[in-house]
Design a protein around this ligand. Structure first.
Ligand SMILES: [Zn+2]
Length: 230
């Protein structure tokens, strides 16, 4: 039987070889980025102008010319098939020096929450899906202690100032909770201006959080945002 199974696996491998999730080039391992895409997309970038409430930000990949098509499938087509590839990216950087530094001393992680309506539409919070296995392997609990009180418009078309207006007071704690002395990691799928995570951090700090850092899967600076920043 073993022989038959091995033969079957070899046939499958031959007919459907593992392919890079971004460019479809054949690779050695399932869900692995090819060398070219890895080179282009992986950034592990912590050099950003820090939002006021945030201690440190680490962004793992590039969004534009990078993970955009995969994150689009996940968020707008509700297609969970792309998840293993996104999780593999996090697995592959799990022991990176910058990642270890960011996670050191963290008590727990908080996902940027979706508004109830969007959650119902999509059926899941993509950020939780992306990060849950990674955080669990790191023994960092994922606590959904924030809610989004207002269904905000999609933010990608807005610059920093407009985002600040739109997001003011949007986030709140699910229940009164004492966060004194806690070092918290906010996780998010895409980091753009940092306004969203900064608003989340304001709530956490108001509850006593000592330190708030951010880990984002992808980093984006759209043309409009660049304009808005200058
Ligand atoms: Zn590729």
């Amino acid at each position: 039987m073993n022989f038959i199974r091995e033969l079957w696996e070899a046939v499958i491998y031959f007919l459907f070889p593992p392919r890079c999730p971004v460019c479809k080039e054949i690779v050695d391992e399932r869900y692995q980025l090819c060398e070219k895409c890895a080179e282009k997309i992986l950034r592990l970038d912590c050099s950003t102008e820090l939002p006021a409430q945030i201690e440190k930000v680490l962004r793992v990949t590039k969004y534009r010319d990078g993970l955009q098509p995969l994150l689009h499938k996940l968020k707008f087509d509700n297609n969970l098939d792309v998840l293993p590839a996104l999780k593999k990216i996090l697995d592959d950087v799990a022991e990176n020096k910058e990642v270890l530094k960011l996670l050191s001393g963290i008590n727990f992680a908080v996902p940027v929450p979706l508004h109830e309506e969007r959650f119902k539409e999509r059926g899941f919070n993509q950020t939780e899906k992306i990060f849950e296995d990674f955080l669990s392997k790191k023994n960092i609990p994922l606590r959904k202690i924030l809610i989004r009180r207002v269904a905000t418009p999609k933010l990608y078309k807005f610059g920093k100032k407009e985002r600040q207006e739109i997001l003011k007071g949007v986030f709140a704690a699910v229940e009164p909770i004492d966060l004194r002395g806690q070092k918290i990691l906010i996780v998010d799928d895409i980091f753009t201006t940092g306004t969203t995570v900064n608003e989340c951090a304001k709530v956490l700090k108001s509850l006593g959080a000592e330190k708030v850092s951010v880990l984002a899967l992808a980093s984006d600076f759209g043309e409009k945002l660049l304009e808005a920043r200058t």
